[in-house]
Design a protein around this ligand. Structure first.
Ligand code: AHR
Length: 323
């Protein structure tokens, strides 16, 4: 009888162990190639992805910071392939130049999920999906906000030229290309709007400031500043103040991201609007990798839902902003 009891206990333990082994998800190693830390936005994005993966013990995240250098990203991607990671998360600094290394990942059957910035059309066959913002829409939203604002304030009669200075993001990057494209698309219905100055500020505050200083030295007739991100707008605001002008009044300023610094500037009346670009992609990214591990098919595009903020709603939203 005693012996029977022992066998029963052993049998139950064996069943429990095999059920546990069956239920526990397989540990996956995920490589994440990030571009750097050029903005508040980027820092929030990196932390969001790291936290989401670190909270789930069935994932090991290998993080690589390219420090704004494409060659560092290519090296990181190649090392992920050599280490035979289960999946690669990748934010492309610029759109072109990654074809060969992405082909290597595909050959090694390692799925690549783009986060935030995509690669050029011809290389999209190497990646599984892209999650993040619709940059063309963001450019259009800038145009729409500006049209509404000018109309509401009686500042656009439809014929007098509106002079627009543009601070572009990193040359060749998806957000710089598409935010420029979306805005120009919207401008087609406003023939009196003219982009009189346009230069890259590389998505950083220091370059945004330097380029704005140069714009102001060369040009006294800037009505509007469109900055491809808040960080450059915040740098430009400094330059405008140092030139003895009032940002947000003498020059209307609209930018993209909606980071906390932009909210503070909006509440202070120095930035007129910011179009939201959500950097908190970690939860979506970890879910996509889980689905992939479970054998589910991922959609070709996973867009985030985003808003528009200006003087009418910035103060109310500021306390709840997470980035
Ligand atoms: O790719 C997203 C852009 O990159 C954000 O607008 C910007 O702040 C960041 O540097």
């Amino acid at each position: 009888m005693k012996r029977m009891g022992k066998i029963l206990v052993l049998f139950t333990v064996m069943i429990l162990c095999s059920v546990a082994a069956f239920a526990a998800p397989k540990t996956w190693v995920v490589g994440f190639s990030q571009i750097g830390s050029e903005s508040e936005w980027r820092t929030a994005d990196t932390i969001s992805v790291q936290n989401a993966f670190n909270e789930d013990p069935s994932f090991i995240l290998i993080y690589s910071d390219a420090q704004q250098r494409q060659e560092n990203q290519i090296k990181a991607l190649r090392s992920f392939v050599q280490r035979k990671v289960n999946c690669i998360l990748f934010t492309a600094l610029v759109e072109t130049g990654y074809g060969p290394v992405l082909a290597e990942a595909q050959k090694a059957k390692i799925p690549v999920i783009m986060i935030d910035r995509d690669v050029a059309k011809e290389d999209q066959k190497y990646r599984l999906t892209i999650m993040g913002s619709n940059f063309i829409e963001e450019g259009k939203k800038v145009g729409k906000w500006l049209a509404d604002y000018l109309k509401k304030n009686g500042k656009d009669d439809g014929t007098t030229q509106i002079n627009i200075a543009e601070l572009q993001g990193t040359t060749g990057s998806a957000p710089a290309i598409e935010r420029a494209e979306g805005f120009r698309e919207f401008m087609k219905d406003h023939p009196n709007w003219k982009i009189t100055r346009s230069q890259t500020g590389n998505f950083t505050s220091s370059e945004g400031k330097a380029v704005m200083e140069a714009f102001l030295k060369a040009d006294k007739n800037i009505d509007v500043l469109y900055a491809h991100n808040d960080q450059m707008a915040l740098g430009a605001i400094q330059a405008i103040k140092e030139a003895g002008l009032q940002p947000g009044k003498d020059i209307i300023i609209v930018s993209v991201d909606a980071v906390k610094g932009a909210f503070e500037a909006m509440v202070a009346g120095e930035l007129n609007a910011s179009i939201e670009c959500n950097p908190l992609l970690g939860p979506q990214a970890v879910q996509a990798v889980r689905d992939l591990r479970d054998g589910k098919k991922l959609p070709a595009k996973i867009y985030t839902i985003e808003g528009v903020f200006d003087e009418t709603n910035a103060a109310a939203a500021l306390p709840t902003r997470q980035y």
